[in-house]
Design a protein around this ligand. Structure first.
Ligand SMILES: [Zn+2]
Length: 267
């Protein structure tokens, strides 16, 4: 009875597996008493428990080559081992669109210092690993609206090749309430050159969500947020082709398709 209750408490709704670039792999790590640790490349990865035991959640970057990649695993009482992750190829369609403010697409030299400073901060956030045993994995869509820009699209903006789309877009008029996808702690807020007014939420163990182009930010760094708590209003700031909410999910520093974390009916 007591055991069953504990198991129910610690069970996690795992995200959907998609072992492709821009997806995530689920690797079973046995049922030992202590939580194993695991690394993909240099990055430590999330390890959670469900009713069958420990599971590593491995974010696979969009830039990853298909093939077999090693996950390093350290479990209490045994030597470090390597587990293979088989990553299949995935074709992402090409998208062309126009951004009215061309300066956001081809920034002049005077913007480069700011962009470099912001990139450094983003890289710091991508390297976060807060040892939170109870990671909230069952996300909700952070704003009401139709999902428009799909994840992973290769992009030609104003005729220039740019980085692929590292999140999904929700069509939302300026002023639509934006909610935290899951429980966590706000780690960063600010006005970013490309992303506009942005909020980063750390959910623990290298799972971070990012909300971009906001009209208004209503939380502060260091503030804990509950799942579904309002964090601001959607807008049209930064590099946009019109009002929308851009939502990114980072897992061990890799942007992965946020729909993998939504209830199946939403995917
Ligand atoms: Zn977007």
């Amino acid at each position: 009875m007591a055991l069953g209750f504990l198991a129910a408490l610690s069970a996690h709704a795992l995200p959907q597996e998609a072992a492709v670039p821009g997806g995530l792999a689920l690797v079973r790590l046995g049922n030992g008493a202590a939580r194993p640790q695991a690394w993909f490349g240099e990055k430590r990865v999330a390890v959670v428990r469900d009713d069958q035991g420990w599971v590593a959640l491995v974010g696979l970057p969009l830039s990853l080559e298909p093939g077999v990649h090693p996950l390093r695993v350290a479990s209490a009482g045994s030597s470090e081992e390597t587990r293979p992750i088989r990553v299949a190829a995935k074709h992402y369609p090409l998208q062309r669109f126009t951004v009215p403010d061309h300066r956001k697409v081809e920034p002049p030299p005077e913007d480069m210092l700011r962009i470099a400073r912001e990139q450094k901060r983003i890289d710091e956030i991508k390297a976060l690993f807060r040892d939170e045993p109870d990671v909230d994995l069952a996300f909700r869509q952070p704003a009401a609206g139709r999902l428009t820009g799909r994840f992973g699209l290769r992009r030609i903006i104003n005729g220039l090749e740019r980085m692929p789309h590292a999140g999904i877009d929700v069509a939302a008029p300026v002023g639509t309430p934006v909610q935290a996808a899951g429980a966590g702690v706000v780690v960063e807020t600010g006005d970013y050159f490309f992303n506009g007014n942005s909020v980063y939420i750390d959910h623990g163990q290298g799972l971070v969500t990012l909300y971009c182009h906001l009209d208004r930010i209503e939380v502060l760094p260091g503030e804990p947020v509950a799942a579904g708590q309002r964090i601001g209003l959607s807008g049209n700031t930064g590099r946009t082709s019109g009002p929308h909410l851009h939502w990114t999910v980072l897992l061990n520093g890799a942007a992965v398709d946020p729909r993998l974390f939504l209830p199946r009916t939403k995917r």
